[in-house]
Design a protein around this ligand. Sequence first.
Ligand SMILES: Nc1ncnc2c1ncn2[C@@H]1O[C@H](COP(=O)(O)OP(=O)(O)O)[C@@H](O)[C@H]1O
Ligand SMILES: [Mg+2]
Length: 395
Amino acid sequence: MTASPGKNPFRPGVGTRPPFLAGRDGSIKRFRSVLRAAPEQPANMRLTGLRGVGKTVLLAEFAEQARGANWAVATLELRPPHNKEQTLLSDLMPLLEETRRRLSTAGMIKKAIGDVGRAVGRVGLTYNDVKVTYDSSQASTKTGDLVEVLLETVREATKHGREGFLLLLDEAQAIRDDRDSGGQHSLSMLISATSSIQKEAIPLGLVLCGLPTLAGNLLRARSYTERMFRGEEVGRLDVPEATAAFTEALKLTQIRASADLVENVVAEVEGYPYFIQLWGAALWDAAIDAGAEELSMDVLRLTTPEIYRRLDLDFYEPRLATLTPAEQDLLLASVVCSYPPLETIEMNGSIPKSPGNINVLLGRLVEAGVLYRPRKGQYEYTAPKFREYLLRRNK
Ligand SMILES: Nc1ncnc2c1ncn2[C@@H]1O[C@H](COP(=O)(O)OP(=O)(O)O)[C@@H](O)[C@H]1O
Ligand SMILES: [Mg+2]
């Protein structure tokens, strides 16, 4: 009898940690150096990238690294309702409260087991006397509330011997300021609260992670955000990295892959981490079902239709399903245009809708996170290989 092949090692999913985290050493190194430079240099980072490229996984790794560097951390995934200042605040408040509670429980346990360690040395570090100010004419009335809870959390963190407090927000493209001054300004509130605290060299850090739209949203909220955040693009993996992501995962099992199979898969997935996991998982299942001990080109050929079915169903369709028929129409029609990027001028000339209508729909597709606007008059899909998917749909 052959040894059991083990469990499927691949992890296609949302934010699921891969068996082998490929190609992120540089990002992790930069993040650690940002932490080390704090608080004199604010520990802020902006992580952006396409869907499925591995942002959430990297954000979790950052949280882990920060914990390892003795920072208190809290993570929240933002959603469109957080565009309302009050909603953002009412979700941040309990999160920060929970963080403080965990800190003081950990502190009590440490005391009980006699390890007061750094806490003693750090008691002197207090900013109860430092006055944090913010420009109230520019900021939302709720900014003060946010400053207060953030300060309280940093204070609790340092009181218990931590270097500081790091807040990590995923899907941060979900919040963007309303254009009119009477509207909602969640993003500005977050930025001004953070920067006013950091101006006093208080060790608060902020990591914002999201689709490429996030960068523009930040600039529109406050122009100084360009200097406030260290930008980090989470991109696709290069060939050796993608190969390692695939083959290192397999090493955890008894199943092997032929060299030509690996080469073909790596070429097909174009370095996109989600695709690597999806291809791997499907191939692995197919090989096990067939009783094969090697992933070969034959397995790939026979499995490819099923892989694309799963890809469309799991990765692309859930996004499309939330759109209105008119928004879907525009997307499906956009395949006649050259890409990348989609140019408004070309769309207006080749899509049978009025320019005004196209403009409105494009705006809504950006809000829905399906498109982003790298430059004025230009749009790109937020999911990799999305045009190929639309072409399959149009068939
Ligand atoms: N560096 C990596 N190497 C291998 N697989 C990865 C890597 N980063 C992410 N993945 C895998 O890619 C998929 C998408 O990751 P996720 O973090 O959810 O992407 P995003 O947040 O950018 O949409 C998951 O299945 C995850 O296991
Ligand atoms: Mg994510």
